[in-house]
Each structure stands twice: as C-alpha cells, then as structure tokens.
Unconditional design. Structure first.
Ligand SMILES: Cc1cc2nc3c(=O)[nH]c(=O)nc-3n(C[C@H](O)[C@H](O)[C@H](O)COP(=O)(O)O)c2cc1C
Length: 205
C-alpha cells in the first residue's frame, strides 16, 4: 500500500463528522504504512462542475470543443488519481437519502466508457480492480436497522457505482444518528473509530 486517495464531500467544514472520521482513517492507515503518499481531493471546498450539454461529450463521446476538451482533461486528472491509489478513503455524508451532488459529479467524471469500465460480450468489466476502499457514511438518522432501512439510497448506490468500475473490496463504516444530540454523536464517532482501526489494519497489509 503506497498511495492513499482521500475524497471528502461534506459541506460542513470542521464540524463534519465524515471529515473527522476520514482523517482518523488516514491516521490509522499511515500508522500501518508510514511511507504511504496521501492525495486529497476535496469536493466540498473545491467542487468540480456538473456535466452539462456543452461538456458531456468530453466524457461519454469524442471531445471536440474547448468545453468538451476541458471536461475530458478534468476526467483524466480524476481518473489518474484513482489509478494511482492502492487505498481510497471516501467521506460520503447522506444528503436527501443519497450522496452529495458534488460526489455524484465526481462519479460522473470517473465512470468513463473504455477507460474505467468496458462492455465485454454483453457484460460489464470494471477496469479499476485491486483497490481497497473505505467509505465513511455519516447520517443524521438511523438506516442500518429499523423502519427507515429502506430509505438508504446512499450505501447501495455507492456499492453499485464503485463495483461498476471494479472496486469491489469496499468497507462501509457508518456514523449514524448524528442528528439525535451530542451523546448520540459521540457514541457514533467512537463506534466508527473502532471500526476504522480494524479496517485500516486490513487495508494496510
Ligand atoms: C443537504 C442535507 C441533506 C441531508 N439529508 C439527510 C437525510 O436524507 N437523511 C439523514 O439521515 N440525514 C440527512 N442530513 C444530515 C447529515 O447526513 C448529517 O448531518 C451528517 O452528519 C452529514 O455529514 P457531515 O457531518 O460529514 O457533514 C442532511 C444534511 C444536509 C446538509
């Protein structure tokens, strides 16, 4: 494990639970492998643009215009960061039962035909295999059990997006009930931190 890519997408700055836990994961991973290089991509502080009708061909077809070439160059840069990574740590808050739109824009740039996935005799082949992924999912409510379980469009969606490009070795770590008061928040942080310690041991080997 030489290279860690860290992707943050919370809009809550220093108050962000996912950012605190992402940093904890990086610290733990560096304990296991002190020589690893860490690359940060902050989609909350420095959002990448959403695709538009002027730019989409740069990613999904053949780039011709300046706008399409610029979108393709950004996609190339984001994919190169992923290709270089052995371990990817993603901070993914639940926003409206799914992921922040900034993170969705990132996926729109990195799920790219013939570059990160390909259709092969009718089936899809992910072209980014062999990476370990740790996803920190912060949530105001409770979705891992109980009546709102079916409203979790965050974890199944992330699992599908990552799996589509071959990233199937994914550990999901929840910090739930963040909106239930300070005690619930502290308990969620402590529980998530102990799971992160275990995941980092596995990812660091
Ligand atoms: C725009 C927005 C939408 C949210 N939607 C949900 C939601 O659908 N379900 C939920 O449980 N919490 C929701 N929350 C609460 C966040 O998931 C919670 O505050 C979490 O801690 C955010 O992660 P962060 O602390 O890393 O920013 C939402 C928060 C924001 C800002």
């Amino acid at each position: 494990m030489n290279h860690i890519l860290v992707i943050n997408s919370s809009l809550s700055g220093e108050a962000s639970v996912s950012r605190i836990l992402v940093e904890d994961a990086v610290r733990r991973l560096l304990e296991v492998n002190p020589g690893a290089v860490v690359t940060y991509r902050d989609l909350g502080d420095a959002p990448i643009p959403h695709l538009t009708s002027a730019t989409v061909a740069g990613i999904r077809a053949v780039a011709g215009t300046q706008a399409e070439l610029a979108a393709q160059a950004l996609s190339d840069e984001l994919i190169a960061e992923l290709q270089a990574a052995d371990v990817v740590v993603i901070g993914a808050p639940m926003y409206n039962f799914s992921i922040p739109t900034s993170l969705r824009a990132w996926f729109d740039h990195v799920l790219r035909p013939r570059v990160t996935f390909a259709y092969n005799e009718g089936s899809v082949q992910g072209l980014l295999p062999g990476k370990r992924v740790i996803v920190i999912e912060s949530r105001g409510g409770l979705y891992s059990e109980g009546p709102t379980k079916g409203m979790d469009f965050q974890e199944p969606y992330l699992k599908t997006l990552l799996g589509f490009v071959g990233m199937t070795d994914v550990t999901f770590i929840h910090a739930e009930k963040i909106g239930f008061g300070p005690e619930a928040r502290e308990l969620a942080l402590a529980t998530a931190k102990s799971r992160i310690a275990e995941a980092a041991m596995g990812a660091g080997r």
